[in-house]
Design a protein around this ligand. Structure first.
Ligand code: AP5
Length: 221
């Protein structure tokens, strides 16, 4: 199954995609994680992307599209995947569809995590990420058992450099500009499912898994 998680920064795409990936045994593919890895390894792509990311702007489509097409062409993504952070605009959605059609495949389900602005600002300003395994925590919503230490692997937790107030505002503005056409695109294709994601993470996960199971069963009919 090929699934997209859509939603504003802080909607919980990364948090939910990681758990869903374990639950349904498909790879979680996050453009943000891939770009941050390139930045930390100081690759050519990372050097080109860093400035855009720090400003909260989108990295140019041609860089992101190539990175994603390479990623979904890998062996572990042939049975399906969960995309988080991609596509981010209409042009990216069209490129993704074209690449999938060329491989005889398609997106099966797009889940829109509908989240209010006050909630996303609260979530992003307290987010903590593990340097080693990438797990997400939150200083008050989901605190780690030991301050500054990842529950899963013992790695050090850090605050993302784009989780500052000014950059969060810019990311939300970019999202607002780009999201409506994208939502309309998947709505018209009959692939979009909207889910209120302001609630507790476990409850949101149960709702997501419910949608995925329902869709999976309907594919078999
Ligand atoms: P990216 O890494 O994709 O960031 P984003 O879309 O801004 O999304 P976030 O990772 O901030 O939020 P999330 O929805 O994953 O929330 P999370 O689960 O962490 O992109 C970063 C940058 O890379 C972009 O600005 C851009 O420059 C570039 N980029 C990426 N993709 C691109 C593309 N396709 N094209 C061009 N450029 C691109 O949760 C947030 C916090 O809330 C966590 O602390 C978590 O613990 C907590 N939390 C989550 N769910 C709940 C809940 N239900 N209740 C309480 N707390 C919760």
């Amino acid at each position: 199954m090929r699934i997209i998680l859509l939603g504003p920064p802080g909607a919980g795409k990364g948090t939910q995609a990681k758990t869903l990936a374990e639950e349904i045994r498909l790879p979680h593919i996050s453009t943000g994680d891939l770009l941050r890895k390139n930045v930390s390894l100081n690759t050519d792509l990372g050097k080109q992307a860093q400035d855009y990311m720090n400003k909260g702007a989108l990295v140019p489509d041609e860089l992101v599209n190539q990175m994603m097409i390479d990623r979904i062409s890998q062996d572990d993504a042939q049975a399906g995947f969960i995309l988080d952070g991609y596509p981010r605009n209409l042009a990216q959605a069209e490129i993704l569809d074209k690449a999938l059609v060329a491989r005889g495949k398609q997106i099966d389900l797009v889940i829109y995590l509908d989240t209010s602005e006050a909630v996303v600002i609260q979530r992003l300003s307290g987010r903590l990420v593990c340097k080693k395994c990438g797990a997400n925590f939150h200083s008050t919503n989901m605190p780690p058992k030991k301050t500054g230490i990842c529950d899963n692997c013992g790695g050090a937790l850090y605050q993302r450099s784009d989780d500052t107030e000014a950059t969060i505002r810019k990311r939300l503005q970019v999202y607002r500009n780009e999201c409506s056409p994208l939502i309309k695109y998947y709505q018209e294709k009959g692939k979009l499912q909207r889910l209120v994601a302001d609630g507790e993470a476990r409850k949101v996960l149960v709702d997501i898994v419910g949608l995925v199971r329902k869709h999976h069963d309907s594919l078999k009919v």
